[in-house]
Design a protein around this ligand. Structure first.
Ligand code: C2O
Ligand code: CU
Ligand code: CU
Length: 420
């Protein structure tokens, strides 16, 4: 069923089996398929009626990470359980910039378990502005989702979550891209748009290409950057998204280009014949007019502290019955996010807010990185650092904020606020 402005769809969390490694299939979970999910495409301005169906043996939730949706029951965090065998319909209108968002399970405190089993999928937002720009957008041909995850498997090819469980974040030695190991991709166009999502439980990815091929970042979590940013190395932390353009003009059919994370090759591009493409990226991609907070208003404080089982926010563990902060609907206010870890060797915390996108103001008083000047919903907060953001909420209700190292979140490095 689809009309011009209304779309109906079903997202079905289901168990299945997936051939990931040679030999036995892995028992996995996914959305409408056995592992992860097909990319969902939303158009800004349309209304969506989404049936959420749970065929898993346990309760789960459907969280729209980066999608601006009304209230906690549609947002799909801890407040919105869908029990085994249950289906329910949610309705929301998408009204935001073109961006790469994602859907993942968020049952507290089992988000780490659910995501590790496969409950994560890309969800693109499209809009007229992005459609007017000369950017690659032919899905699967020159516009490619890249879900970055890492896993450990038992000898019988089944997930090993418990064996490697770490309250500071579970990681595994095997890089998995879009649910596959050591994938290759045939490049048939000179320019390629990659939409990276760090969908791993704790790992950050330090991405670079053979020959130090330049990546031009055009978008972050919440939409296009003000201007393209060229780089040869890109770090992406849990739940962040980064869209980059690669230009293979100096390569010819038969060449290979490798994507690495640290020293580990994770994806091979096989260059095929392609037509020359000299389209230039626009010098300006987006205009961001985030409202200025009132200087006299209080600055919200979020102190991320502790390690292992001791993690918390402002010295407390998450309490579903407790409201930790409040902010008025539609108002923009400053939030200071501090990571108390030692700046030599401590962990970074990828900090995430539900309920809207923010803009980064400063890092320890200095300018943010050039590739984080667009709208964001997750920001890496380095050890010893305070990141100031401005944040506006677009819907009333209770929204969570937390570290997106999923075991930190599950372990209580999470709080919630009331938008009134
Ligand atoms: Cu990506 Cu609270 O979640
Ligand atoms: Cu979220
Ligand atoms: Cu953390």
């Amino acid at each position: 069923k689809e009309t011009e402005n209304e779309v109906w769809m079903t997202v079905h969390a289901q168990p299945g089996e997936t051939q990931i490694l040679p030999g036995a299939k892995t028992k996995t979970w996914g959305y409408n398929q056995s592992l992860l999910g097909q990319t969902i495409v939303f158009h800004s301005g349309k209304t969506y009626h989404v049936t959420l169906k749970n065929s898993l043996p346990e309760l789960t939730t459907f969280h729209w990470h980066g999608l601006d949706v009304p209230g906690p029951f549609i947002d799909g965090g801890c407040h919105a359980p869908v029990y085994p065998g249950e289906s329910k319909e949610i309705t929301f209108t998408v009204n935001q910039e073109a961006s790469t968002t994602w859907l993942h399970a968020h049952p507290c405190p089992l988000t780490g378990w659910d995501v590790w089993h496969g409950l994560a999928a890309m969800a693109y937002v499209k809009d007229d502005h992005e459609a007017s720009l000369p950017l690659p957008r032919n899905y699967g041909v020159d516009d490619i989702p890249v879900v970055l995850q890492d896993r450990r498997f038992h000898e019988d090819n089944q997930w090993d979550y418990d064996g490697d469980y770490d309250p500071d974040g579970t990681a595994g030695p095997t890089a998995m891209l879009n649910g596959t190991v050591n994938p290759t991709f045939d490049v048939t166009t000179q320019k390629l748009r990659l939409r990276f999502l760090d969908g791993s439980n704790r790992r950050e990815w330090r991405l670079h290409l053979s020959d130090d091929l330049v990546m031009t970042q055009i978008a972050g979590d919440g939409g296009l950057l003000p201007e393209p940013v060229k780089m040869t190395k890109l770090m992406i932390t849990c739940a962040e998204r980064a869209e980059v353009i690669l230009d293979f003009k100096d390569y010819k059919a038969g060449d290979k280009v490798t994507l690495y994370s640290d020293d580990c090759p994770i994806l091979t591009f096989n260059i095929k014949e392609f037509a020359a493409d000299d389209t230039e990226l626009p010098a300006q991609l987006n205009e961001i007019n985030y409202p200025e907070p009132n200087k006299d208003d209080l600055v919200h404080q979020v102190v991320l502290s502790g390690t292992d089982e001791e993690v918390g926010i402002n010295g407390k563990k998450f309490g579903m019955m407790r409201i930790d902060d409040r902010q008025e609907l539609g108002k923009s206010e400053y939030w200071d996010i501090t990571n108390t870890n030692d700046c030599c060797g401590g962990m970074l915390h990828p900090y995430h807010m539900h309920g809207g996108s923010f803009q980064i103001v400063s890092r320890n008083g200095e300018a943010p990185y050039p590739n984080e000047m667009g709208l964001k919903d997750t920001v890496s907060v380095n050890p010893g650092e305070t990141v100031r953001i401005k944040m506006r909420f677009n819907f009333e209700g209770v929204f969570m904020y937390h570290c997106h190292i999923i075991e930190h979140e599950d372990g209580g490095m999470m709080a919630q606020m009331q938008v009134y």
